[in-house]
Design a binder for this molecule. Structure first.
Ligand SMILES: [Ca+2]
Ligand SMILES: [Ca+2]
Length: 134
């Protein structure tokens, strides 16, 4: 039983840590089409996308899809083809090779009370204490 609770606690901690890491990664700038994240778009990126598309390689954290899904419909061989076109200087309608700067999360503005209470509620001196009837 104790081991089961430890496993559940570890799973919860891992999930929270992973979501924090993913959230942080989503705000980092990236080069569109740079599947391997080395700062350049070349044929290696196209091959990586092809390998993922045919399940030879894996995109475990979604970072490759984020960088290499150039047409925004999910990572597939079309993205690999578009990257190959960019590498061979054939024009595409996508911003392959350009840096993408995701919007930074904005701070939540919470409504502040307009005026703090200035006076404590007072008890009426003439008010008699409640005495239950017997
Ligand atoms: Ca690359
Ligand atoms: Ca795509």
């Amino acid at each position: 039983m104790k081991r089961l609770l430890m496993c559940i606690a570890a799973a919860i901690i891992f999930t929270v840590a992973l979501s924090v890491c993913c959230f942080a990664a989503d705000t980092e700038p990236y080069m569109l089409g740079d599947a391997d994240g080395n700062g350049d778009v070349d044929v290696v990126d196209a091959v990586k996308v092809q390998r993922i598309a045919i399940f030879v390689d894996h995109d475990t954290d979604g970072s490759v899809e984020r960088r290499a899904d150039v047409n925004g419909d999910g990572l597939d061989t079309v993205d690999a083809t578009l990257i190959q076109r960019h590498v061979t200087h054939i024009k595409t309608p996508y911003a392959i090779g350009e840096w993408i700067y995701p919007e930074q999360p904005t701070e939540q503005i919470t409504e502040q009370p307009t005026q703090a209470p200035t006076q404590k509620p007072t008890k009426d001196k003439d008010e008699l204490p409640f005495v239950p009837a017997r």
